[in-house]
Ligand binder design. Structure first.
Ligand SMILES: NC(=O)c1ccc[n+]([C@@H]2O[C@H](COP(=O)([O-])OP(=O)(O)OC[C@H]3O[C@@H](n4cnc5c(N)ncnc54)[C@H](OP(=O)(O)O)[C@@H]3O)[C@@H](O)[C@H]2O)c1
Length: 619
């Protein structure tokens, strides 16, 4: 090769080298820088300083890409600077002490690195190539480094980042108090009271594991937070509101149980009631459980007689108005009505009965419990059907037994739970009761797999053992057509008197990773299925005694990986209120964990997991 050829080749190599360099710092890199700039601060008044100008001709492109000289600039100024012979920064058309929102530093970290970050303002950002010198220099100047496309670094001052995050949390996320902590010390930081702050929007339900806080909700749950706070700080006063100002009572279907509800005060109108309806001037409403019990049901005897039917003694509860009511409206002689709120009841009853009464059903509570035994005649019986004194471990005065009195307690459900067949058979012989709680004459069982599963076959055979005729249909409760067909099939020979909606689908995942399909697996059987049943049963409400939905505690408490299942059960609970408010039977039972039957029985590993998490199983 001649010397001229060698020179040409060298020139070509140099050119090639330049091309390579240009490729390396090609438009893609410039765009990346601009994207970083946009990320850093999409801020028209932004002032940018480029130190060193190491990108050559590309330096001009960046201001252009940021639309600097257009009608919509994304930066106010783009200035060039460099290092003078003394290693001091000099900036074109600016003082060397000026500060900038963004400082772009090419690979000049080998020269006076401590000087290079100085022009960055307090909130300023540094964008640079990722090099061995850049990383320690920026870190020691107090910057947090974010790597971009593995070769560009975006550096933010820790304080600026922290204050920006704090401002975001306070202004946008509504967090009342934001506390800072040094990263390296996170392990040793205890989340004390100052973290569990007391603002209504602060999430009070979290777990700290390692360095992270796990919170089960995306947005603050104000009601839950307030509940947690009330539990943690019982001193927080509850507001007492006179009920009469807020609500009135309504009875949707007189004579049927479970039909009491309250109406908001503004619902009450002064208009005339429609034809066939009367206005009831409600003077007093008692909301104690016992009063509701007394109003909605009665302690029934075999022949449905009550104390009133005996024409005997009634000891009314406290208020004068109630005693008046019994005397005036129910026709009871006033001398047979006593005040059960004080000890005068003993002398009164003794005087009216010569010896005292022969049977007490459900004795009085608290201090009056012993008082009520005072009017039991010798050889008489007291049967407790309430549970308060039993659960509260009330103290028994043994003197009562000196009069040969029998005290006993009775809870019907004990027959159901009894292992002794003798008692269990008593339960089975009760009208309306079976091994579950309902003993139908005709039953229709509907699910997708019919009788394929052994558990389904067992259910059918158990129902048949109680004398029921059972029809099994295959169908998907989330299909309106299938549900209509099933309801039609169940009403061909006799009207439908009850529905148990127990369908469920499970597919677990954290909400952020839950696919749409998984979401619907959890939602459809409960939400759409219930909705379909509700519509398919329109017109059957008169014969329907119950519409029972098996919800879960998860619907109220939540489970991190079961947002679909929780939402579906939450729907059932709300739906029961909604349907019940229309006077239609609707009950949603929030079951806890059930072992020995059902899903968990078939999935022992899930049961073990729940037990580990502190759930306790009902059998
Ligand atoms: N086990 C517990 O610890 C527990 C706790 C709280 C609440 N619960 C609730 O109690 C109910 C019963 O639970 P389990 O443990 O007995 O569950 P299970 O044995 O899995 O029973 C669920 C039934 O629903 C049927 N089903 C599911 N999707 C259906 C659909 N789209 N259409 C028609 N039928 C469908 C299933 O039959 P196919 O697959 O053949 O359709 C299955 O027979 C559920 O509502 C559940 O949420 C259970």
């Amino acid at each position: 090769m001649s010397s001229s050829e060698e020179g040409d080749a060298e020139a070509q190599n140099t050119e090639l080298h330049t091309v390579k360099c240009q490729r390396k710092f090609s438009a893609a890199n410039v765009s990346a820088d601009c994207a970083v700039l946009d990320l850093a601060d999409h801020n028209p008044p932004m002032r940018v300083l480029e130190l060193g100008g190491g990108y050559g001709c590309m330096a001009k492109k960046r201001p252009a890409l940021l639309g600097k000289d257009t009608a919509f600039p994304r930066c106010r100024s783009w200035q060039a600077g460099g290092l003078d012979e003394d290693g001091q920064i000099s900036i074109e058309e600016a003082k060397s002490t000026d500060t900038f929102d963004v400082v772009v530093i090419p690979n000049i970290w080998s020269q006076v690195p401590e000087q290079l970050t100085r022009p960055a303002s307090e909130q300023g950002i540094v964008i640079t190539r990722k090099t061995e010198q850049a990383i320690p220099s920026l870190s020691s100047a107090g910057f947090v480094l974010l790597e971009f496309q593995s070769e560009t670094l975006l550096a933010v001052r820790v304080e600026a980042l922290a204050s920006a995050l704090g401002a975001h949390l306070q202004q946008d996320a509504g967090v009342a108090q934001v506390n800072g902590a040094i990263l390296g010390e996170l392990d040793s930081i205890e989340l004390s009271d100052k973290f569990t702050s007391h603002h209504a929007t602060d999430d009070a339900e979290y777990i700290q594991m390692g360095r992270l806080l796990y919170i089960s909700r995306f947005v603050p749950g104000l009601d839950l937070n307030s509940l947690f706070r009330r539990r943690l700080e019982p001193q927080e006063p509850l507001e007492t509101v006179p009920l009469r100002d807020r609500a009135g009572q309504t009875i949707h279907r007189p004579g049927r149980h479970n039909q009491y509800d309250s109406l908001p005060a503004d619902f009450r109108t002064t208009t005339e009631p429609p034809a066939g309806y009367v206005d009831i001037n409600l003077r007093a409403v008692s909301l104690s459980a016992k009063d509701i019990y007394a109003m909605s049901g009665r302690v029934e005897t075999h022949k449905s007689t009550t104390a009133l039917d005996f024409g005997g003694i009634v000891s009314a509860v406290g208020p004068e108005a109630k005693r008046d009511f019994l005397a005036k409206e129910m026709g009871l002689p006033a001398e047979y009505v006593f005040n059960s709120r004080d000890a005068s009841v003993v002398e009164g009853i003794k005087a009216a009965t010569i010896n005292g009464v022969n049977i007490i059903i459900d004795f009085l509570v608290g201090g009056l419990m012993h008082v009520s035994w005072g009017y039991l005649a010798p050889f008489s019986r007291s049967v407790e059907i309430g549970k308060r004194e039993l659960i509260d471990a009330g103290k028994l005065d043994m003197h009562v037994f000196l009069r040969n009195i029998t005290l006993t307690a009775f809870d019907l459900s004990e027959f159901f739970f009894a292992e002794d067949l003798f008692y269990r058979n008593i339960w089975n012989s009760l009208p309306g009761a079976t091994q579950g709680a309902i003993r139908p004459r005709e039953a229709l069982s509907a699910c997708r797999s019919g009788c394929d599963k052994p558990t389904a076959r067992q259910l059918v055979s158990r129902l048949q053992d109680t004398g029921a005729s059972v029809t099994v249909v295959r169908g998907d409760v989330s299909s309106a057509d299938h549900v209509r067909e099933a309801v039609l099939a169940s009403t061909t020979t006799s009207p439908t008197s009850g529905v148990v909606q127990a369908a469920m689908g499970l597919r677990e995942a954290l909400f952020i990773r839950m696919t749409n399909d998984a979401w619907h697996i959890g939602i459809q059987p409960k939400w759409r299925g219930t909705w379909n049943l509700h519509h398919a049963l329109e017109g059957h409400d008169e014969t329907l005694d119950f519409f029972l939905m098996t919800s879960s505690l998860s619907g109220s408490l939540g489970t991190a990986t079961e947002s679909n299942y929780c939402a579906a059960n939450g729907f059932l609970d709300a739906f029961a209120h909604w349907r019940g408010a229309q006077g239609k039977p609707a009950t949603s039972v929030g079951l806890g964990m059930i072992s020995e039957v059902g899903y968990l029985h078939e999935k022992p590993e899930t049961e073990a997991l729940l037990l580990r998490k502190g759930h306790s199983a009902a059998q």
